[in-house]
Structures are given as C-alpha cells and as structure tokens.
Design a protein around this ligand. Structure first.
Ligand code: SAH
Length: 247
C-alpha cells in the first residue's frame, strides 16, 4: 500500500505552491489531475508518470488515484487552489469511506482563488466575506439563488467561483439580481481571470456594470459591500479603523 497525497497547487504560479506540496509531489511516482493543472506544474513533475483526466470524470479520477495507491504507489491527486475548496478533497474522503478503505493519506492545503484574486485586487476580504460557487452540476440552481439572496442580504463581501460557462450563461445574472436590492449600483467589484498565470487579467468595475459583461470558468468575481471602496485603483473593504479614529 502506498500513500495518497491530496495536493493543492494554488492559483498557478510555482512560487505560490507550498514547500510541503512540492515535497509531496517529489515523493510520488504517479501524479493524477486535469491536464491544465499538470501543465501548470510541469517543471516539478517532469520525471513522474502523469495521468490526465477530463472535466466531468471526477469520480473516476479519484477512484483511479485510490486504486493506484492500493496497488502500492505513492500518488498525488492534484487540484488548483485548495483541494478542499470546491476541489476533489471531499470526494476522495467520501470514496475512501464508502469503500471502507483505510489507506494512508495526507491533505495539503493551498492558496484558494478567493485570497489569490483578492490580493490582486487589493484587500477586499479584510472583513467578513463568503464564497459561493455558481456551478449547478452538483447543487440545484434554486439553492444557489437562495444562498445568493442570503449573501446579499447579509451584506457579506462575496466571492463567486465557477462564474459562467458556455452552457450556463444566465445564472450569473440571476445571482447578481439577488444582490441588487442590497448593493448600491456603484459598489466596487473585482473581476480576475487566470490569477497568477501568464494570461492573468483583472479589472475593478461598478456592481451595475457586471450585468452587461461576459465571464468564463477561469474567472473569479469579488463583489464588494457597503464598506468597500477604491483606493489608488485597488479595492479595500474597511474594517472600521478609520471610522474609530474619526469618532
Ligand atoms: N479548488 C479551487 C477552486 C476550483 S472551482 C480553488 O481553491 O481555487 C474552479 C473555479 O475556481 C473557477 O471557475 C474560477 O472561478 C476559480 N479559479 C480557479 N483558478 C483560478 C485562477 N487562477 N484565477 C481566477 N479564478 C480561478
């Protein structure tokens, strides 16, 4: 029996992968993940066996990683950002539980898109925030919309993952519609795509502008709240220090 490493590789840049994740990759004979992620860390895993698996084959990918571990290999299953945040970490633990398998495994955390993108935009997550995935493959659309309503009403800075796909075009505008009653049209919002990858793009726009924009699946949105403003072209959510000084 080998050991299974559930490895987070961060947003894209090699120097944003933790030393612990690099060590785990070194210890493995087999690296399993989506081709995009294998490409991102190519220089770290050049001498290893790679197994690429397509989107939508998540259960197969996880089972393959488990089976290869049971066969005696040290295996890394990799995910972008943090493997436990909208990644395969949860599914891997479920499959181990469902199959009553007791293999040795280790979960290695990483920088998730929320804080990676926030750092590019400024400091929009300096106060309470939440994340919401707009993928309706595993969660009913009604649940996503209901949660968006709570997020808007709660006044949280909100980080939207899986914003818009070629098949799911409208949901993002419906979700934004749930925030609309609770956000001023001028609220600063950040759009980051391909954070820390060569194709990186970012922009800060007014909340209302988002309704006429198009996004993709490599984009994360950060919706500010009523304490978020733009300072020197960066988003900042005030924690109240300056309010206190002014009192
Ligand atoms: N486990 C990942 C999230 C996987 S869900 C993490 O912790 O970040 C996939 C979504 O993450 C994408 O649709 C996009 O919203 C976001 N994402 C992943 N990498 C990104 C990057 N480099 N830049 C911007 N958004 C990214």
């Amino acid at each position: 029996m080998g050991k299974l490493y559930l490895v987070s590789i961060g947003p894209g840049a090699l120097d944003l992968i933790t030393p612990r994740a690099c060590e785990a990759l070194k210890k493995c004979e087999i690296i399993i993940g989506h081709q995009l992620y294998l490409d991102l860390i190519q220089t770290l895993i050049a001498d290893k066996m790679h197994i690429a698996s397509p989107w939508g084959k998540e259960i197969e990918r996880v089972d393959l990683a488990i089976n290869k571990t049971v066969e005696g290999n040290n295996v890394s299953l990799i995910s972008s950002g943090d493997i436990g945040i909208y990644g395969l970490g949860g599914l891997a633990l479920e499959r181990l539980g469902d199959n009553n398998l007791e293999i040795e495994y280790e979960i290695i955390p990483g920088i998730t898109s929320a804080n990676a993108c926030a750092s590019i935009l400024g400091a929009p997550l300096a106060h309470d925030f939440l994340t919401l995935s707009l993928s309706d493959l595993l969660v009913p659309k009604e649940t996503i919309l209901e949660r968006a309503g709570f997020a808007g009403k709660g006044g949280f800075v909100s980080v939207l993952y899986n914003v818009q796909s070629s098949k799911r075009k409208e949901l993002v505008y419906e979700v934004l519609g749930k925030f609309r009653p609770h956000r001023s049209p001028q609220t600063p919002c950040g759009i980051v795509s391909n954070a820390f990858r060569p194709e990186e793009k970012n922009q800060i726009v007014a909340f209302e502008d988002l309704f006429s924009m198009q996004f993709d699946m490599l984009t994360t949105l950060v919706l500010g709240n009523d304490a978020t403003r733009v300072v020197h072209n960066k988003m900042v959510t005030q924690r109240g220090y300056s309010f206190n000084n002014e009192k």
